[in-house]
Design a protein around this ligand. Structure first.
Ligand SMILES: NC(=O)c1ccc[n+]([C@@H]2O[C@H](COP(=O)([O-])OP(=O)(O)OC[C@H]3O[C@@H](n4cnc5c(N)ncnc54)[C@H](O)[C@@H]3O)[C@@H](O)[C@H]2O)c1
Length: 276
């Protein structure tokens, strides 16, 4: 990956620059993106030499991106397909849209392409820590994608965090339930710890500070130490102490083990239902 990091970031057409597209764009801008175009009517500014347009109908006629990134809500993609199709005859399309399959997007684009043309779609599931270069993106490339196209996507995605690839597209559903949605579960933990602190009588500002720093500090420790999560947990747990008492509640079979598995299953099933 060290060689890949040395390669300059290519010219990108980013369509949809909300929470996820915006998070990735922050990382790309910080790394030095080749002149690119962003389409989003809700974004106000973009530093030169990049260009911001409000609608795919306003794409600069001279723009030939090396990569097209789709990051609008899945139900909004149809509005962009006709404008993207001519560009997708030259450049691969990286889709981060939950539930939109490679086959579905390929068919939609081909309907606007000359006979025989075949777009290359690479499907990814990133997460919002990409905004601070700490994302986790898992991707699927169909057999028609070349090694160079796959490497291009990996280069772009590794600019905003870690990357991994799956060989079965279906696996993106469980990935979505774990790393795509997962930051929300962790933020919920911080919210609940903060509430518990307030209910325990702490001043709200202190409850917020200790909840946030505990969640982020534990994450940094896990990342920097490389130690397995269960060992890090045991390192906090004195025999007969406070943590053991709390964990006996949380780790009861019908508590977190059951709840978290049920949550991930529900999200995975929803990802299957959304597939089109
Ligand atoms: N938010 C996440 O944590 C997350 C994680 C992984 C994948 N995703 C995927 O990323 C996509 C975007 O999600 P989000 O949370 O960033 O949503 P969002 O609503 O924050 O952003 C979507 C943006 O797309 C813009 N948009 C809509 N239609 C457009 C069009 N036709 N042309 C150009 N721009 C258009 C909107 O103005 C908006 O700013 C979704 O498909 C979602 O499944 C999101």
């Amino acid at each position: 990956m060290a060689d890949a990091q040395a390669t300059p970031l290519p010219s990108i057409l980013l369509i949809g620059c909300g929470k996820m597209g915006g998070a990735m764009l922050e990382g790309w801008l910080a790394e030095g993106l080749a002149p690119s175009v962003v389409v989003d009517r809700h974004r106000d500014t973009l530093p030169a030499p990049h260009r911001l347009v409000r609608d795919v109908a306003d794409l600069p006629a001279d723009f030939r991106p090396a990569l097209i990134v789709l990051a609008m809500k899945p139900q909004k993609v149809a509005a962009a397909i006709a404008a993207v199709a001519p560009l997708a005859t030259h450049a691969p399309v990286l889709s981060v849209l939950a539930g939109r399959t490679v086959g579905g997007l390929t068919d939609a684009l081909r309907a606007h392409m000359p006979p025989g043309a075949h777009p290359v779609i690479i499907r990814s599931m990133p997460n919002t820590p990409a905004a601070v270069g700490e994302g986790m993106t898992v991707s699927y490339a169909p057999p028609c994608a070349s090694a160079a196209q796959r490497a291009l996507c990996d280069r772009v995605l590794s600019a905003v965090g870690q990357t991994a690839w799956v060989t079965h597209e279906d696996d993106i559903n469980v990935v979505t339930a774990i790393s795509g949605s997962g930051p929300a579960y962790v933020f919920l933990l911080a919210e609940l710890l903060e509430q518990a602190g307030i209910e325990g009588g702490l001043p709200p500002a202190l409850a917020r500070q200790i909840a946030r720093q505990t969640v982020s500090g534990a994450g940094v420790l896990m990342q920097r130490s490389g130690i397995d999560a269960d060992e890090l947990r045991r390192n906090v747990t004195s025999p007969g102490g406070t943590t053991q008492q709390a964990l006996s509640v949380l780790m009861a079979p019908d508590a977190w083990p059951a709840t978290l598995h049920a949550a991930v299953r529900a999200a995975t099933e929803r990802a299957h239902e959304l597939a089109s």
